[in-house]
Design a protein around this ligand. Structure first.
Ligand SMILES: *Cc1c(COP(=O)(O)O)cnc(C)c1O
Length: 572
């Protein structure tokens, strides 16, 4: 999410009043802002996309909730909650029990999941204000809490084990690590969230009917659950479990409600990123969900067999259960089968899903597949982080553009106007100067603000090809050394991004960049022509400072590997 205050003041339209009030108190608002740690509750583009969606949905006045985990430690930085979080409000009245382990028994009333271990999910609400519309949505983050009067022997996990569930964010970007604690985190969030959604629905006039068999009829018309990748895909078997075991609906009715409620956004085609949970892990931690997934698969395989009689290879490919090697559940397959809509995040990516990754599923149910091209919120990524450019735009086309971005095409009229061009260039130069000052103050690095700022900031990953960028630096260096008098546009190349702690090659790439920087930056023959900087601790707040100062934004992944990319949209 990044920082709260500037975004809140902008969306509430009270920025100049706040700055003035602070000034009257002898305080500099920028100094205050710099004291805040980012809420870094995700790993990269996928999490930031969700944050941008929250801003946009509030701005459109949609009644939308964001749900997530209130990680105590995230982003590798220590302890962002150390001094408390003044923007959140604990809501103990909506605390939920979440069950793990246990076994399933048959009873006259149906299946029962018993002898479970319980962890409580405590919600913390974070306000998400819309831009200039008096509308505020909620981001509800769950924190794990062991029961107050817990009895170790009979009902509960060890207090520390229980509360470890929301302790730390798994730091991988685009990589699946099939760890038990991660599975528990995913189910913890899903179970607490669905409990919350069903409670809210049942409290409404639609859900409170006396007739038990009809009171969920309106559920899919009143509730839409958008799965942000497969990470919350247990929502599908969990909603089935609630409707069948707790609300006593028939399977077919529950399945109709579930598929009409859920939709799935795919964020990557990289095979190493796709979630495939070992059956053995689900069997022990979520035995009832495994049963439900097996039954979903049984019915699905019947339908596939009916459409393609004798095509056993296709059935094997489409199964939710992978049988080669260790038995695993393919969560993308669960998500497609359990949703009424499946989308990619860019036109080319959505085509790859249909033609390649999910080809069999597209052939089977083509109507489910669609595209939703990603975007970023122009409030944080232009109005907030680039006030100079925002003012120039407003001078020409007024101040409606932050909610009507299509109006920016009206700027075409001034594209060749020398005065406008000069002003845009001046703002860019001011932004570069400001970044140069920050780099000197925070990193102790001196850069030449007259040089081209060539930036590549994103998670360190082989597919993003920071290595290619590094080879380019070496090429430029060799060119200068070969002919020091040749014409050369001075460049400052900045590469920034976090490597997952367990991603050895990513760390080697960082080490190489730093080693190359060391040679290049200290060669007197190179002088001011070429400088290389590795930017540590890349995060939303640093992105807000870098993007407005970029002359060149590097987007150089191999074709088809970056599903969407949003870093590409942030510099202007
Ligand atoms: C936008 C953003 C990303 C995503 O960048 P890509 O270039 O699309 O990978 C990652 N991290 C932060 C902090 C961002 O703001």
């Amino acid at each position: 999410m990044g920082r709260v205050p500037s975004n809140t003041m902008i969306n509430l339209g009270i920025q100049s009043e706040c700055e003035e009030a602070m000034y009257q108190l002898g305080l500099d608002i920028e100094n205050l802002e710099d004291m805040e740690e980012d809420a870094g509750l995700g790993n990269g583009g996928l999490g930031r996309l969700a944050a941008c969606f929250l801003d946009s949905m509030a701005t459109l006045g949609l009644a939308a909730y964001g749900y997530g985990i209130r990680y105590e430690y995230a982003g590798g930085a220590d302890d962002w909650l150390r001094y408390g979080n003044p923007w959140e409000k604990a809501r103990p009245e909506f605390m939920k029990p979440v069950h793990f382990y246990g076994r399933v028994i048959d009873t006259p009333e149906g299946k029962k999941w018993v002898d479970t271990q319980v962890v409580y999910a405590m919600p913390y609400d974070n306000p998400i204000p819309g831009y200039g519309n008096n509308h505020v949505n909620t981001l509800r983050l769950w924190s794990a809490k062991s029961p107050v009067d817990f009895n170790l022997k009979f009902c509960c996990m060890d207090r520390n084990l229980a509360e470890n569930i929301s302790r730390v964010l798994y730091p991988n970007d685009n990589f699946f690590e099939g760890k038990e604690l991660r599975l528990k985190q995913e189910y913890f969030m899903v179970a607490a969230t669905l409990h919350d959604i069903v409670r809210r629905y049942k409290a409404s006039k639609f859900g409170s009917r006396e007739n038990v068999r009809q009171h969920f009829d309106h559920f899919p018309d009143k509730v839409a659950i958008q799965l942000n990748d497969t990470h919350p895909s247990l929502a599908i078997p969990e909603l089935m479990r609630i409707l069948i075991d707790e609300e006593h609906l028939e399977w077919d009715k529950a399945w109709d409600i579930t598929t009409r409620t859920c939709a799935y956004t795919n964020h990557t085609v990289l095979p190493e990123a796709l979630e495939r949970w070992p059956v053995s892990m689900l069997e022990s931690i979520l035995p009832r969900h495994l049963q439900i997934i097996y039954h979903i698969n049984f019915l699905f395989m019947e339908k596939v067999a009916k459409q393609y009689p004798g095509d056993f290879d296709r059935m094997r490919r489409m199964s939710l259960v992978e049988e080669d090697g260790e038995k695993r559940i393919n969560m993308a397959h669960v998500s497609i089968v359990g949703s009424h809509a499946v989308n990619g995040v860019a036109a080319i990516h959505s085509e790859i899903l249909k033609k390649d990754l999910f080809r069999d599923f597209y052939e089977f149910e083509p109507h489910k597949f669609q595209n939703k091209t990603n975007g970023i919120t122009p409030r944080r990524w232009l109005l907030l982080c680039n006030p100079g450019l925002s003012d120039l735009i407003a001078e020409k086309i007024g101040d409606e553009w932050p909610v009507h971005l299509e109006q920016l095409v009206a700027l075409k009229k001034w594209a060749k106007d020398p005065n406008f061009q000069r002003n845009v260039a001046r703002v860019k130069q001011e932004n570069k100067l400001k970044l140069a000052q920050i780099l000197e103050k925070d990193y102790g690095i001196k850069v030449n603000p007259a040089s081209m700022f060539d930036i590549q900031v994103k998670r360190i990953h082989e597919y993003k090809r920071q290595l290619l960028n590094c080879l380019h630096i070496i090429t430029l260096y060799n060119r200068i050394k070969k002919d020091p008098t040749a014409n050369f546009t001075p460049r400052t190349i900045m590469i920034g991004g976090k490597a997952a702690p367990g991603y050895y090659v990513a760390k080697q790439i960082i080490k190489l960049i730093c080693a190359v920087a060391n040679v290049v930056n200290n060669d007197p023959i190179v002088g001011d022509k070429l400088k290389v900087i590795f930017l540590e601790n890349y995060r939303v707040t640093l992105a807000e400072k870098i993007m407005p100062a970029a002359d060149l934004s590097e987007q150089i992944s191999t074709a088809g590997t970056e599903a969407s990319g949003t870093g590409n949209m942030k510099s202007c």
